[in-house]
Design a binder for this molecule. Structure first.
Ligand code: NDP
Length: 273
């Protein structure tokens, strides 16, 4: 019997994950299928029971269930306990094991492009769930320091405390206090949801240069105002779709135990834009 996979969340209609994983199945001739399954907030437990009944082999989790899903796991991978949220689950004979592939997904483009993180100064804008996985990634790769800028200062302070506990020199500021300091950093990341609706970038990027790495984790639209501003300054760009692809590749490898067909998955993803 073929293996079945899903992504759960709400809203889920526009998820690109079914396209990406189905392309991998086709490329490697795997007898597997991957669907998007809408589970509204408050219905996670019933939804999970249903997935277990159909002997789902694995699933991804997106908004709003990434944290609540932790409660329904039988086993927790280290990536998952560190970040406190789960985006990938494997189901082996009814035992659900949770992973968080957002951190590795975020780091993947640095590895692919051989961009250095060791000893760098980071400006991270945003302090939500994705930002936490990003902080864990920068700590793992031994960045020198991180400034976390967020609309609500309290959340930035909390995240900077987490950063310190995992060995990263950190401080917290409000977004409005970034002003013209972007040029003082080696790597600048937008991890807010600002840009999804084509809004203007929340920070200015004047004075950065061709050595500055600018990474927007928003993947739709691909060319956000933040990315456009970075291009004007000739910075090195990493697009949100590269992180999305990175986390999908990692999830594929957890589930199938073989190397993911990166190029086929990338082609399917870019075709979805
Ligand atoms: P959260 O809801 O946990 O966090 C949202 C963040 O955006 C918070 O820091 C919030 O600030 C900030 N924010 C929202 N609106 C504004 C505003 N008007 N002005 C300033 N800041 C604002 O979301 P996630 O962390 O889960 O995701 C963030 C984004 O990253 C989403 O757009 C998502 O699509 C994208 N993403 C991309 C991934 C990829 O693979 N490329 C993976 C995961 C997420 P405050 O705390 O003040 O509310």
């Amino acid at each position: 019997m073929g293996k079945s996979f899903a992504v759960i969340g709400d809203p889920i209609d526009h998820s690109l994950s079914p396209n990406i994983h189905s392309a991998a199945f086709r490329e490697l001739d795997l007898d597997s299928s991957y669907i998007a399954y809408r589970i509204p907030k408050g219905e996670l437990e019933i939804g999970i029971d249903g997935l277990k009944k159909i002997k789902i082999h694995g699933f991804n989790i997106t908004i709003p269930h990434k944290i609540e899903m932790m409660r329904y796991l039988d086993k927790i991978d280290e990536s998952c306990s560190l970040i406190g949220a789960v985006n990938t689950v494997s189901n082996i004979d009814g035992v659900l094991k949770g992973y968080n592939t957002d951190m590795d997904g975020f780091l993947e483009p640095f590895k692919k492009k051989e961009l250095n993180i060791i000893g760098t100064k980071i400006l991270l804008v945003g302090a939500g769930g994705a930002a936490r996985a990003i902080v864990a990634g920068f700590a793992k790769e031994k960045a020198k320091s991180i400034t976390i800028a967020n609309r609500s200062l309290e959340k930035a302070i909390n995240l900077s405390k987490f950063a310190k506990t995992i060995g990263l020199d950190a401080n917290a500021i409000e977004i409005k206090d970034v002003k013209d300091t972007a040029k003082d950093y080696n790597i600048i990341v937008n991890a807010t949801s600002v840009g999804l609706k084509n809004e203007s970038s929340v920070i200015e990027l004047k004075g950065i240069n061709e050595k500055t790495i600018v990474y927007d984790i928003i993947y739709m639209p691909m060319n956000t105002d933040f990315i456009k501003k970075a291009k004007e300054e000739k910075a090195i760009i990493i697009y949100g779709y590269e992180m999305l692809l990175g986390q999908a590749v990692r999830a594929f490898e957890i589930w199938h135990g073989i190397e993911a067909p990166y190029n086929a998955m990338k082609k399917a993803l870019l075709g979805g834009f």
